[in-house]
Ligand binder design. Structure first.
Ligand code: HEC
Length: 143
């Protein structure tokens, strides 16, 4: 049993990059959002959410911080995620819903999607990181 446990640990250690390199190679440089989402890793997205957690909670009913609570944000109206939060005029004027495509564009470059937004965040350049974040936002919003 001990030996088997050690072997499992070694296997896990070998996947230190969470299989991202393999996914990247398989998907290629210009993968569509659909393809990226089909192989997205929500638990890796949970770790990436560490970059958001200074400003955002995601638990059901959790409070707003510098940014609004993000529970169930995927599928919601833009600037409609948190009832008490004071959204900027820029984001309120955006309209539409947070589907995966809108979220992918927002996470890439918030200031470009909603010029004047108060979300001071440079954006997530890596398309695979964005897909994993979206998978996590989805998963965390449904529990
Ligand atoms: C420095 C603080 C900060 C960081 C870091 C940050 N955000 Fe935000 N976020 C905000 C603020 C402030 C707003 C409100 C923007 C507005 O009203 O213009 C916001 C808005 C949002 C919205 C819109 C919510 C709605 O109800 O329409 C989403 C989605 C979002 N952020 C996701 C993220 C994700 C995912 C990350 C990490 C990759 C992140 N943010 C990182 C501050 C931050």
């Amino acid at each position: 049993m001990r030996v088997a446990g050690a072997a499992v640990l070694l296997l896990l250690a070998g996947c230190g990059d969470d299989g991202v390199a393999a996914r990247r190679a398989r998907l290629g440089a210009n993968a569509t959002l659909a393809a990226r989402l089909a192989s997205a890793d929500a638990s890796r997205g949970a770790r990436l959410f560490g970059a958001c957690a200074a400003c955002h909670t995601i638990g059901a009913g959790a409070g707003d911080r510098n940014g609004p609570n993000l529970h169930g944000v995927i599928g919601r109206a833009v600037a409609g995620g948190s009832a008490r939060y004071g959204y900027s005029a820029a984001l309120r004027a955006h309209g539409g819903r947070w589907d995966a495509a809108a979220m992918d564009a927002w996470l890439r470059d918030p200031a470009r999607v909603a010029p004047g937004t108060t979300m001071r965040f440079a954006g997530v350049r890596d398309p695979i990181d964005r897909a994993d974040l979206i998978a996590y936002l989805r998963a965390a919003g449904s529990r």
